[in-house]
Design a protein around this ligand. Structure first.
Ligand code: GLA
Length: 387
């Protein structure tokens, strides 16, 4: 990959003098969905697929960007004086947002750069290609200019850029999973205080399979923000009757006791998901530690049902992928992953069942939805690195 990047870099930017190469992973969340902005737990892991970057410092303030995934766009030029979001800037809003966010933390970027990217995360799959670009950019800036930030800071800076520059109100999960990734481990993160532990993913005789629905995202972002505000309102209603800081502070029993304080059925369902999903995530990690992969799988399935019926973020595409997966013998668990409304599902599938899984789910999906899904058997990888 390094050679391919350097070759293209020379073609696009003239030569490879002073160029360094980097990688940041994508991520998949195993369980704990729509809990990260509710003070709950998440359990994501970094993948071995992600974003590759080749970059070099410039003597001036110019920024030159090129993506091998969007070759038609050619070289997009900007400068350190123009760190404002714009529609024309396309994907470069992600690296620019991170440069801007460093400035907001009083770490001014002293000089410009030439940056080339290549991502092998499937397009629009919901495996966090944007967070991957953000963490990669932060990693490069630290390496070039010696800023004193650790990987957790890189995650927070990436999220800040996403929230305030790109105006997507996401939680911390994606950037954290990418910046803190560890080979063969998932990250059990408490988003209330960012305490975390690594949990080995030991799936004897089984693998993680991603199915991408290939559904165009559409209304995703606005629905995401709508869910967030429904949860915020439900929390405010509950706070009238019980002393909590977030929905993540409640267990099922306490929620049951106070839920009537929530004034609408819809908001009650949203809050119920946030509360139960958090408890499920805690239980799922316990199950994994006890080597009970079957229970882990059942909790993944229950997570999907809750996202479908109470949180209502699945849709016919993700439901079809998951419900067809559940029919295949050798599937330990299957659920939608990420924000929902399209994107992909994550399944744990026994080795001997993988071919049958891809064939059976793929056919049923295409017959019902009218276009094909894509399948990827993935591996759990490390966080960002220089190559
Ligand atoms: C998106 C957001 C995350 C998280 C998930 C849902 O991926 O970026 O912060 O909220 O959706 O769990």
């Amino acid at each position: 990959m390094k050679d391919v990047l350097l070759k293209r870099f020379a073609e696009v930017f003239g030569d490879t003098e002073g160029v360094k190469t980097y990688f940041a992973p994508g991520r998949v969340n195993l369980i704990g969905e729509h809990t990260d902005y509710n003070g709950g737990h998440v359990f994501p892991c970094a993948l071995t697929i992600g974003t590759y970057g080749a970059a070099r410092k410039r003597a001036d303030h110019k920024l030159r960007f090129y993506s091998m995934n969007f070759e038609k766009l050619g070289v997009l030029e900007s400068s350190l004086e123009e760190l404002v979001p714009s529609k024309e800037a396309g994907w470069t809003n992600y690296p620019k947002g991170v440069m801007w966010a460093f400035g907001e933390r009083n770490m001014e970027i002293p000089s410009g750069m030439d940056l080339m990217l290549y991502g092998n995360i499937p397009n629009g799959s919901g495996l966090s290609s944007s967070a991957s670009v953000e963490v990669l950019t932060g990693f490069i800036l630290r390496d070039f200019f010696g800023f004193e930030v650790n990987n957790q800071d890189l995650a927070l800076i990436g999220q800040y850029a996403e929230n305030h520059f790109n105006k997507v109100n996401c939680g911390i999960m994606d950037q954290f999973a990418i910046a803190m990734g560890k080979k063969d481990n998932a990250i059990f993160l408490d988003t209330a205080d960012l305490s975390f532990e690594y949990a080995p993913i030991v799936l004897e005789g089984a693998k993680i399979v991603i199915a991408s629905s290939n559904k165009k995202r559409g209304l995703g972002d606005s629905k995401y923000n709508e869910r967030r505000s429904e949860c915020e309102t439900a929390l405010a209603e509950l706070q009238q009757v019980v002393k909590i800081d977030s929905l993540g502070d409640l267990d099922e029993e306490t929620f049951e006791k106070y839920q009537s304080a929530i004034q609408s059925d819809v908001r009650r369902k949203r809050a119920k998901h946030a509360v139960c999903e958090n408890q499920r995530t805690i239980r799922a990690v316990e199950a994994l530690k006890a080597n009970d992969v079957a229970l882990f799988g059942q909790l993944m399935n229950a997570s999907h049902v809750s996202l479908r019926d109470d949180y209502e973020v699945t849709g016919v595409e993700l439901d079809t992928l998951v419900e067809e997966a559940w029919k295949v013998e050798g599937v330990i668990g299957s659920r939608m992953t990420g924000a929902g409304f399209g994107g992909c599902t994550v399944s744990i599938v026994k080795d001997e069942a993988i071919d049958c899984f891809i064939d059976q789910v793929g056919r049923a999906y295409e017959a019902k939805i009218g276009y094909a899904a894509d399948f990827y058997v993935v591996e759990v990888g490390n966080g960002p690195c220089a190559m």
